[in-house]
Design a protein around this ligand. Structure first.
Ligand code: BGC
Length: 704
């Protein structure tokens, strides 16, 4: 298919139609319906819908086939629709939420999750997923932290790349692969006060240094689409922000694919108060280079006039349409408009046992052991009382799992009954303390509801909700048995009030379809926990934002200094730091060393550490390497993750873990947004988490 020839055959209206995305039900119900409901709200005609270019959300192969067929029968040019949806942590088989997934510190798992999601979603005729979400997050009040990989820009880059590889595989033309749309460009995670859709304000330096990294990872891995964010940058909504979309995205990041708005974000430039009407907003979208407008119809209603009025020229529209046509071509839609959709395969593959097995192993590696006062693992003879709101609750899929059928999930009590000596189950109402007292161990399954996090689900209070702190304290006061707390939540919680009341804390996030079995396996020690937090847990909302890679201050905290950086009423460290997570093994780090204490521009430094498993179990450890640049053109973080290795150890085994350090690990953006590296002293730090580190120094010399 020669796209230039095709483009020439399109009328201006038809070209503009390619830039619009609509919901599927417009077609399925369209044949004879009046202009009501969504069509009326969109303000477009029935003829217009047969000119639109893409579909938001689709529920099954049958639906996709119907919509595409109806569309192709009535559209003049017969350019297939492209189908996009939010496949965030699984389609029907649901994996842990991204914040949990990231805690696995296992890129192979992140890639595999994306790949299985693509296999399942593609059978329903979905060709594009709105993932990965790479917004850097430092404020757990923001509900969307659940969708993110956490607070670290280096992890965002690696994990974004892994997921793009997983979704797109060996080419988006293949039926089982789908195109990745990385989002939300840019800096959406900085919504002030953690309130969704709120103002964002950051310097260009901070943008380059921290917030672009995840996008770079995804784009360099070949992500086919980028979604703009709802927020402003330097006073201008991202969706029409020429600096962001042209200079940064197309320029600095060298992005060549399609740019799509977020849901109605083009129209929302009016409520942001920078455009006074839909016409102006549509024109601004074109000038910024926005290819696809999601969920509103400003382009279709205004761009023809804008061309006639000379506010834009048709060549601009041509360029935007060409990107969309290229995407459709790359996705193989001109060869097969029903690409991927298969009613048969949908039945066989979706929620298949092989996928559920994978969901189990991923969940097991995403659960973080936060505390363990010699309670876990327990043996299967131990008499267990399982209480709390998640004791009998199958809803462990978490936000953005719209397709996964929660009702098919096992509950904790289903699985514990089978695996353990479970003597009492209660969801928290009318607790029978006599029965509790008969147990050896009390497990309290607590947390947030699935809907306590996610889009538009921000919170000012991040303690355990629904009086669960009171519940835990009452159980603590009236019983003497050890208590293990199993936590389900979409954000770091403030656990400071209850951390001392329990003997163990197992952070499960929302673990997905196989969550209950994964938790049972961890509790019984069939699986050794190996995940680490990718977002700090604060001691109080008053500490937010609290993150590990902060800059030095002129007056760093000093225990005996009055005018230093600290709180009068609270420790300034987080309750659980970035990179933290326990194992049933204990690991010892020795002999941290460097092949040389000098490094030149084109040389490599080999950094090694001996890690010993001091226990009689097999276990995995995430060995983390951080750097600090002592003097630079701009202030640099006190520590910045530059590499990690997740390594498996046999009982009592010692392994030498090696990292390679080059100038690339020392680079940073200066005030002019140029990447640079300076001669001088650097510290390297290694350890099991961001606050428990051993240190050494070396000198870097810029000359070759
Ligand atoms: C969200 C996006 C999502 C889109 C489409 C928006 O409200 O911000 O993350 O991809 O809806 O569902």
């Amino acid at each position: 298919m020669d796209l230039n020839v095709l483009l020439k055959t399109l009328s201006l209206d038809e070209k503009i139609g390619q830039l619009m995305m609509v919901p599927p039900h417009l077609f399925i119900q369209s044949s004879d319906t009046e202009l009501m409901g969504p069509l009326k709200a969109l303000g477009i005609s029935k003829a217009d819908i047969f000119k639109t270019g893409s579909i938001l959300g689709i529920g099954s192969a049958q639906e996709m086939i119907d919509v595409q067929t109806i569309y192709l029968e009535s559209s003049r040019h017969k350019i297939p629709l492209i189908f996009m949806a939010d496949i965030i942590h699984g389609y029907e088989t649901i994996f842990p939420v991204p914040l949990g997934l990231a805690s696995s510190f296992n890129e192979d798992l992140l890639e595999m999750v994306a790949q299985i999601s693509a296999v399942e979603a593609s059978t329903a005729g979905i060709q594009v997923t709105f993932a990965p979400m790479v917004d850097l997050v430092r404020d757990p009040r923001w509900g969307r932290v659940v969708e993110s990989f956490g607070e670290d820009s280096y992890l965002a880059k690696r994990f974004a790349a892994a997921q793009v590889r997983g979704y797109q595989g060996d080419g988006v033309d293949k039926p089982e692969n789908i195109a990745a749309c990385v989002k939300h460009f840019a800096a959406y995670g900085l919504s002030e006060a953690g309130k969704d859709y709120n103002t964002v304000d950051l310097s260009r330096l901070n943008l380059f240094q921290n917030y672009l990294s995840g996008f770079k990872g995804a784009i360099d891995a070949g992500a086919k689409l980028v979604m703009t964010s709802f927020n402003i940058f330097e006073g201008m909504p991202a969706t029409i922000n020429k600096y962001l979309l042209q200079e940064v995205l197309r320029g600095s990041l060298n992005y060549k694919g399609t740019i799509i708005s977020d849901y109605a974000s083009l129209k929302e430039t009016i409520t942001h108060g920078v455009k006074s009407n839909e016409y102006e907003a549509a024109v601004a979208g074109v000038h910024a280079g926005l290819n696809i407008e999601m969920a509103t119809a400003l382009y279709i209603k205004n761009l023809k006039d804008a061309v006639e009025n000379g506010d834009i020229i048709e060549e601009q529209i041509d360029a935007l349409v060409m990107d969309v046509l290229k995407l459709k071509k790359e996705c193989g839609l001109f060869d097969n408009p029903y690409k991927g959709a298969s009613i048969e395969k949908e039945k066989q593959l979706v929620h298949a046992d092989v996928h559920l097995d994978k969901a189990l192993s991923v969940a097991q590696e995403s659960i973080v052991l936060l505390k363990n006062r010699d309670l876990l693992p327990i043996n299967n003879q131990t008499k267990i009382a399982l209480i709390g709101r998640y004791a009998n609750n199958p809803n462990m899929n978490g936000p953005w799992s719209w397709h996964g059928s929660k009702h098919l999930n096992n509950t904790l009590s289903d699985v514990f009954k089978k695996d353990m000596n479970l003597i009492y189950v209660n969801d928290g109402s009318n607790l029978d303390y006599e029965k509790l007292k008969a147990a050896d161990v009390i497990l309290i399954a607590s947390g947030e509801n699935e809907k306590d996090s996610g889009e538009a689900h921000s919170k000012a209070n991040i303690k355990l909700p629904y009086n669960q702190e009171g519940f835990i304290k009452a159980v603590r006061d009236r019983t003497t048995q050890p208590i293990g707390l199993l936590l389900f939540n979409g954000r770091p919680l403030d656990l400071s009030n209850i951390v001392d009341d329990v003997d163990a804390i197992v952070e499960c996030f929302f673990p997905g379809s196989m969550g209950a079995q994964a938790i049972s396996n961890i509790i019984l020690g069939k699986v050794n926990p190996s995940a680490k937090l990718t977002m700090s847990f604060p001691r109080s909302v008053g500490q937010i934002p609290v993150y590990y890679n902060h800059l030095p201050t002129g007056r760093p905290f000093h225990p005996h200094g009055e005018y230093t950086s600290f709180y009068l009423d609270l420790d300034h460290t987080p309750l659980f730091p970035f990179g933290y997570g326990l194992s049933y093994c204990s690991f010892k780090y020795d002999n941290f060393r460097c092949s040389n204490n000098r490094l030149k521009m084109n040389e490599t430094l080999i950094v090694s550490v001996d890690v010993t498993n001091r226990s009689n179990r097999i276990g995995k450890e995430v060995i983390q390497l951080y750097v600090h640049d002592h003097f630079a053109e701009v202030s640099r973080p006190l520590k910045q993750l530059i590499d990690f290795k997740k390594v498996s150890f046999n009982p009592y085994e010692t392994k030498t873990i090696e990292f390679i350090v080059t100038k690339d690990n020392l680079q940073y953006y200066d005030g002019n947004l140029n990447l640079r590296v300076d001669s001088g002293t650097f510290s390297l730090m290694v350890g099991p988490n961001s606050s428990d580190l051993q240190k050494l120094e070396f000198e870097f010399f810029k000359e070759v």
